[in-house]
Design a binder for this molecule. Structure first.
Ligand code: FEO
Length: 392
């Protein structure tokens, strides 16, 4: 494999992992992923920016076959999909030093046992001159770990952003196309960045004045249209929600399903976009993507063993952890003889600063009267949406 030139003496080492199907033993990867490293050669020194997941280190070393000397390994982030091959790179290039911030150094020492004398610590805004190539290190914390940072290559207008603006997308394409990268980027944002919306906005502000021409993340293709990806992040992290409801549900014998269908029809009739997701087979990424801009979230669940169905519990836990912008939540479902489904679910969502709209729990198969209650919930949701979107 040969590194691909993206600017003069700047090369892209795109380590694709096409058949990886799960990240962090949690997140589905429908399109695989990539671990991107970059090689920047100056007149005096050479730097490798990030490495790759150790499972794919042979591909990284194949890319580095023509590299005789490496002076620096820039570590933007201690998570092992980018840092895991650092010990192997240091072994191959014994003169190389790891350049990073003190927090990342601490994490690399504890997670990978990199010795302290292999590090050069850099401060926020500090520069490193490679000879005609100036790397400026910009702390961009909490996207998505406390130590995350980016590197700004001044001469070429490239921001190496690591996970920030990334996408789990294994592809032969070097540069992103908007129509291809939009959904993988949104999925990635939703799964990884959404809990840190405040930090995302602060970091966007911080890099906003640099005049970035190209964004080179450590997952997915390189973005030549920097404004496009930054605007997407601004919209997802800081923009308003849409006139949309997420109805995530599970139904054991069909009764909750009848209620969900009735609610979905009622909302659609009132002009609300609905995303109805059956969470029996849970796709965390799909649910997370929907949470990015949903105004209302309704969880549909039967009562099992006196509480919500475990899939609904998992959905509520996930939604709470992801801290979406939703303004309203509700619960609906069927029970056999009682239980505390609503109390349990409502108590699981403290991170959502959302108003709980009157839940609808019915006994057994819903009757006509029960479905009127569902209709009333649809009316209530539409009134809330109308008030919100009328106000702008
Ligand atoms: Fe791609 Fe947070 O590692």
């Amino acid at each position: 494999m040969k590194p691909v030139k993206i600017a003069d003496n700047v090369h892209f080492l795109q380590v694709n992992h096409f058949n990886r199907r799960l990240f962090d033993s949690l997140i589905p990867l429908p399109e695989g992923t990539s671990y991107n490293a970059y090689l920047v050669k100056g007149g005096k020194r050479t730097a490798l920016l990030d490495t790759a997941d150790p499972e794919k280190r042979e591909v990284l070393f194949d890319f580095l076959r023509g590299t005789e000397k490496l002076d620096y390994v820039i570590a933007h982030h201690a998570e092992q999909d980018h840092s895991g091959s650092i010990p192997f790179v240091l072994e191959r290039f014994p003169e190389a030093k790891v350049v990073t911030n003190p927090k990342c150094k601490e994490l690399l020492m504890s997670h990978l046992h990199v010795p302290a004398d292999r590090f050069i610590e850099v401060k926020d805004g500090e520069t490193l001159d490679l000879g005609g190539k100036t790397l400026r290190f910009i702390y961009t914390p909490w996207v998505h770990w406390p130590e995350t940072m980016s590197t700004w290559l001044q001469e070429d207008g490239i921001l190496f952003s690591c996970d920030f603006f990334g996408s789990h997308l294994a592809t032969g394409a070097i540069f992103s196309e908007e129509r291809v990268v939009h959904d993988p980027m949104k999925r990635y944002y939703a799964e990884i960045m959404m809990p840190f919306r405040t930090s995302v906005m602060a970091n966007l502000e911080k890099i906003g004045g640099l005049g970035v021409r190209m964004v080179a993340p450590s997952h997915g293709p390189v973005h030549r249209d920097a404004r496009f990806v930054m605007d997407l992040y601004r919209e997802w992290a800081g923009g308003p929600t849409r006139n949309k409801a997420l109805v995530a549900y599970v139904s054991m014998h069909g009764s909750t399903g009848v209620m969900v269908n009735r609610l979905v029809s009622g909302l659609q009739e009132r002009g609300i976009e609905v995303e109805k997701i059956n969470i029996e087979q849970f796709d965390e990424g799909r649910v997370a993507m929907s949470l990015v801009d949903a105004t209302t979230v309704v969880i549909g669940t039967p009562t099992v063993l006196a509480g919500p169905h475990p899939k609904a519990v998992y959905g509520a836990y996930l939604a709470n952890a992801l801290r979406p912008k939703a303004r309203y939540i509700s619960v609906m479902g069927s029970y056999g003889w009682g239980g505390k489904t609503v109390e349990i679910l409502a108590g699981m969502l403290p991170n959502l600063k959302a108003e709980v709209l009157k839940p609808v729990m019915v006994k057994g198969l819903p009757t006509g009267a029960d479905l009127v209650l569902v209709d009333e919930l649809a009316v209530l949701i539409s009134e809330k949406h109308e008030a919100l979107f009328r106000k702008g």
